[in-house]
Design a binder for this molecule. Structure first.
Ligand SMILES: [Ca+2]
Ligand SMILES: [Ca+2]
Length: 367
């Protein structure tokens, strides 16, 4: 009886020891796993930080290359074309052998700048008050003309709503976009909706325009910004824009902070072909072949060349000349860094002008 009790107690003790052993093993495995996860997390954070700084390095490389190009341009003539050194995708060798680093510079003026349309109704502030000030010298309070937005609708303002005056060059920009859409088999009415989206007035263009009233009835409701756009992705919100149209148009458009001209030394066939209603695919391919051997040194030289290949005078040569340039101020650099588990795509908007070469903005695309 006594020996039975002792062996039962031994059995319980053994079970308890085994239970403690299992518990200790489980705990230590969990701790090791947690520790490993912690180490991996630290590694991952470190790698992410590293790839970002490598990407900034590529951006600096791009700025340096563009500066160097400008120095060459000052001796050879200010032009930017596809055979210049900046237009080469490069793979950079760096000390860190775990990292694959590549970079590419692109000319953003090889695209149509949507913000060019904005100038169309960028009428100078209506001179309602300045006229009054000239005719009535008596009222002393306003020292300067009040800001255009601060005016209350007075009786005189109601009588004469300011009419948007179309500038020649900007009408040409709208027609240019219309031709680009046409070449891409996108409904051309979209050009008017895009123009309404960025222009400062609320007058709906015909045909196909859209202003606040069209967007306020949507779910969720919103307004037209009536301002410059910061990114072409905004165009997805425009009335009539479908995903398939947007995807077709995306490679040919850009949103830049100032009005720009299309560089005929870098522009793709669609943009060249759309420069004039009288151009066709053959005209564009002739231009591309010619500039491959002899990039255009000035817009005038381009116009002369056009005359020789079309054999006729353009309907509006001055308007076309206003659309084009042979050099560029806006570029982008695209840095891709792959390192173990981290990858980064840094896209930077670069401005190179008379004053400096600098970064305007940058965006991250971590995949
Ligand atoms: Ca150049
Ligand atoms: Ca508008």
């Amino acid at each position: 009886m006594k020996t039975q009790t002792i062996s039962r107690q031994n059995g319980i003790a053994l079970l308890t020891v085994m239970f403690i052993l299992v518990l200790a093993t489980t705990l230590s495995v969990a701790m090791v796993r947690e520790l490993n996860l912690g180490i991996k997390r630290i590694d991952y954070t470190r790698e992410n930080g590293q790839v970002y700084f490598y990407a900034l390095g590529v951006e600096s490389w791009a700025l340096g290359r563009l500066k160097k190009d400008r120095q060459t341009d000052t001796t050879n003539g200010k032009m930017d074309h596809l055979k210049e050194q900046w237009n080469q995708k490069i793979k950079l060798q760096i000390v860190d052998k775990n990292a694959k680093v590549s970079g590419q510079i692109s000319d953003l003026q090889a695209k149509f700048n949507i913000n060019n349309l904005r100038a169309e109704t960028d009428v100078k502030p209506p001179p309602v008050n300045s006229d009054k000030a000239k005719k009535q010298p008596t009222p002393p309070p306003p020292k300067t003309d009040p800001a255009p937005g601060s005016e209350k609708p007075t009786a005189s303002a109601k009588k004469k709503p300011p009419k948007p005056k179309l500038k020649k060059t900007s009408r040409a920009q709208l027609e240019y976009l219309t031709r680009i859409l046409n070449k891409l088999d996108i409904p051309t009415n979209l050009a008017y909706a895009i123009a309404d989206w960025v222009d400062s007035d609320k007058v709906v263009r015909f045909p196909g325009g859209a202003e606040d009233t069209d967007y306020l009835s949507l779910n969720p409701p919103h307004r037209a910004p009536n301002n410059q756009i910061a990114s072409i992705t905004e165009l997805r919100m425009i009335k009539g824009m479908k995903e398939k149209y947007y995807n077709k148009l995306k490679p040919y458009i850009i949103a830049l902070p100032t009005a720009t001209k299309v560089n005929v030394n870098t522009a793709p066939a669609v943009l060249l072909q759309s420069l004039s209603p009288s151009f066709d695919a053959q005209t564009a391919s002739n231009i591309i072949e010619y500039r491959g051997n002899k990039p255009f040194k000035s817009p005038k030289e381009f116009m002369l060349y056009i005359k020789t290949i079309t054999g006729k005078k353009e309907v509006a040569p001055r308007e076309m000349e206003n659309l084009i340039s042979v050099s560029s101020e806006y570029f982008s650099s695209h840095a891709t860094i792959i390192m173990k588990q981290a990858r980064i795509d840094l896209i930077s908007l670069l401005l190179r002008n008379q004053v400096s070469t600098r970064v305007i903005r940058r965006g991250l695309r971590a995949l």
